[in-house]
Structures are given as structure tokens and as C-alpha cells.
Ligand binder design. Structure first.
Ligand code: ZN
Length: 121
């Protein structure tokens, strides 16, 4: 059974609706592995539009992945623009993928300025 997620911070088990803390690994009620649950959502974030320097954009990217992994987000859609930030983001995501911290990443169709990062199935 699927229940809708409450809008406030913290999260609930998507299988049984039990409220759990974001650090809990397994639902105390139904035993579901919470880190694998996803609501199928895609979150779009622009990390390159305030004239960020490359390292600032990479810091944002790290934070977004961290947040996404703690939450139930399925995918992140990151707007990286066309320059050095995009190249650096691809390199960093390669590292994430190598450590299996993400499931994969790819250019958003024909849009070279956006990258889709898969966190959960
Ligand atoms: Zn549960």
C-alpha cells in the first residue's frame, strides 16, 4: 500500500506510512529498507546560474546528492550550463558512480546543459 508523503520535514515509510527519522535504516513497523524507497520524484536544481565558481557549484552538487539520498527523491535534474561547471560535474559524478553512491547519470536528452542523476529506482 502506498501512502502520500507528508510535506513537513522528516519522512514517513512509503510502504506503511509510519513516521521515521531520516537516519533510520529500516522501518520499525514493516521492516522496509527505507533508503531504497522512492516517491518517483525528480528535483530540478540550477547550480550554475548565480555566477558560481566551479568549486562552489560542486559544493552545491554534493549537498544536493546528500539531501536527495537522505530523502525519497528518485532523480535529481541538475542544471550545469555549458562551461567548466558541466565538465567538473561530470567528473565528480563519475566518482559517485564508481563508489556506487548514485545509480547513474546522463545528459538530459538533447539538453547539454542539464544532467539527470538517478538516486533510486
Ligand atoms: Zn513501514
Amino acid at each position: 500500500m502506498k501512502t502520500s508523503n507528508s510535506p513537513e520535514r522528516g519522512k514517513s515509510c512509503l510502504d506503511c506510512g509510519m513516521e521515521v527519522s531520516t537516519t533510520t535504516k529500516y522501518c520499525p513497523k514493516c521492516d522496509a529498507e527505507l533508503s531504497l524507497q522512492s516517491d518517483g520524484s525528480i528535483i530540478t536544481e540550477d547550480i550554475a546560474h548565480h555566477g558560481e565558481r566551479v568549486h562552489e557549484a560542486m559544493l552545491k552538487l554534493d549537498q544536493l546528492i546528500e539531501q536527495g539520498k537522505a530523502d525519497v527523491t528518485a532523480k535529481l535534474r541538475i542544471i550545469v550550463g555549458s562551461g567548466q561547471i558541466r565538465d567538473e560535474a561530470n567528473a565528480i559524478l563519475g566518482g559517485y558512480l564508481f563508489r556506487r553512491d548514485i545509480l547513474g547519470f546522463e545528459q538530459d536528452g538533447n539538453n547539454q546543459g542539464a544532467i539527470i542523476i538517478s538516486l533510486r529506482r
